[in-house]
Design a protein around this ligand. Structure first.
Ligand SMILES: Cc1cc2nc3c(=O)[nH]c(=O)nc-3n(C[C@H](O)[C@H](O)[C@H](O)COP(=O)(O)OP(=O)(O)OC[C@H]3O[C@@H](n4cnc5c(N)ncnc54)[C@H](O)[C@@H]3O)c2cc1C
Length: 385
């Protein structure tokens, strides 16, 4: 039997695609390597744009997500500044005319809400099924699953949403290592955060503080050589160092959780289609977290692909013409998101002192020219297009 669509990976992006197709009269099958009910990446924090909220509202999962205690923390304002330099900018939700500039969301809560929504919508998900390879054969893709007794799944279109695109021969990934690591942890203040997020550019690398529940999720970009020492510092010494980097901008750090570090890189699939195959989400592009664009771009991949599938006659799903439309339709958004993020890393991740003046001027300009501020705000809210 040939399904219409087989989705490899029921992470946040693959599950979004499956839910967006749930009301279409299509035979959709989803497979995921994790066990049913298992949450992976439980400690990860996702930064959702206002545009991402709109997608989840349309899929009727936003209410369930916000009803989960501690799952969603709205960002009321974003404060951007640089240590040892002038200029700064504060974007607020009020100015942009939206309820929040974005949302800090727990990966675990989102994953659980999406799994429950898939079950409610009666979308068939095969958990514990790891996709080994996806190849085209005639009018269908063959999706080989590890240890499957009943051979490969066949579908008009196979969508790779496994976070890595490791299973499709012919789709390579280019990796640009930024030579940086992100040190992440949760940090508490001695006063309420008021929903204000901070991005602070320092000699030692940019620091992001994202309000999450009653704490901050900290992402500190550092040189790899600095990380072991930062991870090994005692609590008081770590908090003192964080305070020194923030100066008067944020005071009152009182507690830090366990810290961990991971390398920062840009990974981009060299093409997002192959015969009978489309690639979405992190499998298509994994970005530096500096601009919080990656997850939102992945969600738009899923949303746009769902619209395209729903608008295509069943027999033409996965055809070269449909895949070419998908590839072309995603080119501008992907390029813009990648270029915007890469540009910010170059400008703000670089601690050359000569950059402090143009950076300061840029922030002053943003802060004082309403049109520029609004355009920047819209890029953060809806993506760069
Ligand atoms: C180390 C790290 C830290 C990050 N931190 C942040 C952050 O702080 N903020 C932020 O917004 N974003 C962050 N991101 C990015 C964010 O995690 C991704 O944008 C998001 O997870 C993409 O969702 P996805 O569904 O495409 O992939 P994933 O979340 O990776 O989901 C992939 C799914 O596919 C399944 N799968 C994997 N392999 C197979 C297989 N062979 N067969 C079947 N199923 C399979 C997995 O079980 C999983 O359910 C981070 C990414 C990384 C790598």
């Amino acid at each position: 039997m040939i399904s219409d669509v087989a989705i490899a990976g029921a992470g946040p992006v693959g599950a979004t695609l499956a839910l967006a197709l749930a009301d279409a009269d299509l035979d959709v099958v989803v497979v995921d390597a994790r066990a049913a009910g298992e949450t992976i990446r439980a400690d990860r924090t996702l930064a959702l744009s206002h545009g991402a909220r709109l997608i989840f509202e349309r899929l009727r999962v936003w209410t369930a997500l916000t009803a989960t205690p501690g799952a969603v923390t709205p960002i009321a304002a974003v404060d951007v500044s640089q240590a040892g330099g002038f200029g700064g900018v504060r974007l607020t939700a009020d100015e942009q005319g939206v309820p929040a500039l974005g949302y800090v969301v727990s990966y675990r809560a989102l994953s659980q809400v999406l799994d429950a929504a898939l079950a409610r919508a009666r979308v068939a998900v095969r958990f514990g099924a790891s996709v080994r390879s996806v190849t085209a054969s005639g009018d269908a893709a063959a999706v080989e699953i590890d240890e499957a007794q009943d051979g490969a799944l066949r579908a008009r279109l196979a969508v790779i949403a496994d976070g890595a695109a490791s299973s499709v021969p012919g789709i390579g990934r280019r990796r640009h290592d930024y030579g940086q690591v992100a040190v992440v942890a949760n940090v508490a203040l001695d006063h309420p955060h008021g929903g204000v997020a901070y991005e602070r550019f320092t000699r030692d690398g940019p620091i992001a503080l994202l309000p999450q529940r009653d704490r901050y999720a900290l992402v500190w970009t550092r040189r790899p050589a600095d990380a072991p020492q930062l991870l090994a510092l005692g609590e008081d010494a770590f908090l003192a160092s964080l305070s020194a980097h923030f100066g008067a901008r944020v005071r009152g750090f009182v507690q830090i959780s366990e810290r961990r570090a991971f390398p920062l890189a840009l990974e981009v699939a060299d093409t997002i289609t192959a015969p009978r195959v489309a690639v979405i989400g992190n499998a298509a592009q994994a970005l530096h977290p500096i601009a919080a664009q990656g997850f939102n771009l992945g969600l738009r991949d899923a949303w746009e692909l769902a619209r395209m599938i729903a608008d295509t006659p069943r027999d033409a799903i996965g055809s070269p013409a449909m895949l070419a439309r998908y590839r072309q339709g995603r080119t501008r958004d992907r390029r813009a998101g990648i270029a915007f993020t890469h540009g910010l890393v170059r400008l703000f991740g670089n601690e050359a002192s000569w950059l402090r003046v143009p950076r300061g001027l840029g922030m002053m300009l943003l802060d004082s020219v309403p049109l520029a501020k609004r355009a920047f705000g819209r890029a953060m809210l809806y993506g760069v297009r």
